[in-house]
Ligand binder design. Structure first.
Ligand code: ARG
Length: 280
């Protein structure tokens, strides 16, 4: 089955404000190479496996709309649309909602809380767990509401390092059952919970250097991982567990604090299959 992804071209992308530490030194910068980098990225994800792309329309007032991971959390046919913490991104919500409705999904949103979609909520691909990051963007209250909707265990993980303000910058659950993690991005308690949830042989702890290169922000398409960059050591580890690794330059988007995975939203998502069937 094709991997269905929501993307949005960088028609109006630049760094106009700062809502995370990556953006601060770049406010006012244009991103002259963004369109080329995005085209090459999209071409690459289309080449590595069977991919179906759904496109949202870029809008003049919403430069960060390219980061479609923040559109929603997808649970089967339902899109739990984001409620952005920062005013600068709130205008994206109706655009994402319309794009998802057009693509055939039912839409809802959480009440009276901030929640930033698949940027902060990642399903384990084999265990019955939704990892839910909170602290910088998503609130802990959102993780509680998710528990009532998703039909699997929600593991709330407090994010402790502002450079890793979205969960998908520090954690990447893979279909092999391995989970990439930059552990220092998490509070001590969250680290303990992660170690309890993922068996030691399956937890791949990435270095701070790899984390800062957005190695955890990878898109998985079949046996391929597409990311901005990673060390040779990490690449070899990923090869050893059966993944092909493709790196493609995305530094124009890193200026705003996002990279490969942030530029996509996996539409066919939900709790690990065995469990969905067991609880149905
Ligand atoms: N500038 C955007 C923000 O701060 C970047 C979002 C990156 N998205 C992600 N899922 N990591 O919200």
């Amino acid at each position: 089955m094709a991997t269905r992804l929501l993307i949005c071209p960088p028609g109006h992308y630049d760094v106009r404000y700062s809502i995370n530490p990556w953006m601060t030194p770049h406010v006012g910068d244009s991103a002259p190479d963004a369109a080329r980098q995005w085209d090459r990225f999209v071409e690459l994800i289309g080449c590595v496996g069977d991919v179906e792309l759904v496109q949202a329309e870029p809008q003049a007032q919403t430069p960060d709309i390219v980061f479609t991971a923040n559109a929603a959390l997808m649970v089967g046919n339902l899109a739990i649309v984001s409620s952005f913490r920062h005013a600068e991104r709130r205008r994206e919500q109706p655009v994402y909602r319309a794009a998802l409705a057009r693509a055939g999904y039912a839409t809802t949103f959480l009440r009276q809380t901030y929640f930033e979609g698949a940027g902060d909520a990642l399903f384990d691909r084999v265990r019955p767990i939704l990892y839910a990051g909170y602290g910088w963007r998503t609130e802990r209250g959102a993780t509680m509401q998710l528990q009532e909707i998703v039909g699997c265990r929600v593991l709330p993980l407090l994010l402790a390092d502002e450079r890793f303000y979205h969960l998908d910058t520090a954690l990447c659950p893979l279909s092999s059952g391995h989970v990439l993690a930059y552990m220092d991005a998490f509070s001590p308690h969250a680290q303990t919970m992660l170690r309890r949830a993922v068996e030691p042989g399956y937890l791949i702890e990435v270095s701070v250097d790899d984390a800062l290169r957005f190695a955890c922000n990878a898109v998985e398409i079949e046996d391929a991982l597409v990311m901005h960059d990673c060390s040779r050591r990490l690449r070899e580890r990923l090869n050893a567990i059966g993944y092909r690794v493709f790196c493609t330059e995305l530094d124009e988007f890193i200026k705003a604090g996002g990279s490969a995975k942030s530029l996509t939203l996996r539409l066919d998502d939900g709790p690990a299959a065995g469990i969905a069937a067991a609880t149905a």
